[in-house]
Design a protein around this ligand. Sequence first.
Ligand code: AMP
Ligand code: DBH
Length: 540
Amino acid sequence: MNNSDFTPWPETFNQKYIDQGYWQGEPLANLIAQASIKYKDNIALICNDKEYTYQALEDKCIALSIGLKELGLNSGDKVVVHLPNIAEFYISFFALLKIGVQPVLALPAHRFSEINYFCKFVEAKAYLMAPQHGFDSFELAKKVKDANPNLESIIYCGQKELLVNSCDFKSELTFIEDLYQKESYLAKLKLNTFAFFQLSGGTTGTPKLIPRTDNDYLYSVRASVEVCQFTEQTRYLCVLPAAHNFSLSSPGALGCFLSGGTVVLTDDPSPSNAFDLIKKHKITVSAVVPPLALLWIELSKNQKHKLSTLQVLQVGGARLNENTALRIAPELGCVLQQVFGMAEGLVNYTRLDDSIDVIVNTQGRPMSDADEIKIVDNNGVAVKANQAGSLLTRGPYTIRGYYRAPKHNKQAFTSDGFYITGDIVVITEEGNIQVVGRDKDQINRGGEKIAAQEIENYLLDHNAIHDAAIIAVPDDYLGEKSCAVLVCNNENRPKVIEIKRFLRNKGLADFKIPDRIEFLNVLPKTPVGKINKNKLRELL
Ligand code: AMP
Ligand code: DBH
């Protein structure tokens, strides 16, 4: 690995985080194994008609890890995991970690453009895929394979075929594990520089990859479990993409596994399905983005009886408006917990026993004593109390740099290692954070982030488009939608539908296709010649 690939914490911080117990030197790969020792026969995971005890889940992870190793994957290799919410997501995640392979956790919504980019950028050895609703995942896999000669395997995680099937077979014949063997197997694990990649919503032309380490990620899960009070009795419904940092680690499925609770996984977040699952599996907690919270509220009338076990609904990923926040407790009959997090690290929670005012009107406070927060003005000077400013942070689970991005890192981090979140926030007198704006070129479409520049670059590839800007426009349901403002050749100005088709043909994730397209003769510019997006927003 090149030295500029991964930015380590400075030695003094390493030592501090170890000495103070934040980092415990445990492999993330051991999480299920350890839980299976403590909570052997508890149900760890339910997905459709499949159910796994901790022991069964760990056996699956081990069996698959051996299969993957035999396939030729080795420590330090990279693999792109592109799975919907199926049990194989967690099984392959842990199986890969067990053999030191570093997965990139792609989102189900990603398509050729993103997957191809990840495969190339990390020089992936394998691509894990499965059938998904609404598109031909085999066709995508074939295109990815053709475009990436380095890719040695395409692993299909659909019906019990190919690798998964052969692994079941191997696990039955060769590896009937008992606890002792398992421990000795795990003892061989050596921590890699980092364990896996999360993805950033990004602000730049190309997606940014976030290397998360065993130490930092496990700490973030442990701290989350404490704040959110997950226990063996927790029954967590995972309706957001399992790969998302929120549903994976805040405390998410990993927090639930760490506590010995049960994760129920589904890829249908609709209220009718979610409410049935909540009732059927006595769900105690779930996590949603604001538009989904609104949908659940709107459709909960006459169905509230199905939600009687639900204690907490976590809402995060985008700003939740106060009116929706106020409706959650009375209409869904549970406590709201606001979660303001980022795949780069820092996670803020309202606490379960906070006053209703704090829960409704703030996005909570950092989960760790060791999180360092600064709120600064445009000159990097700390703002006065109650004033809005740009949020900077560093701490034991916030990265010090994106993967292989030395140039971008100079802009995204301060010289003393603070991550510049791009969020404009105010701190209340009690120390809670309110997200009041954004100083990054990004659209937050109901929790799905779009880097304006990435889409603008694709648009500029179209030969009738001379200039392009993507901006956010308000939307009642999603909070924000994306709008492309284009300057085109007037003689052959393409139709809106053609532009959308053009972007789709580039293989972009659907949520990145602009919701609205407007045309102007010229885009307003700043004195230095950049597109003036503030002016553009006013114009529209
Ligand atoms: P990412 O860096 O792609 O993981 O996206 C994280 C970003 O999502 C944050 O920096 C915020 O801009 C936004 N975000 C996450 N949770 C919230 C929230 N509860 N309220 C407002 N914005 C949020
Ligand atoms: O939006 C996010 O990225 C996010 C939201 C809530 C996140 O990463 C998290 C919690 O951990």
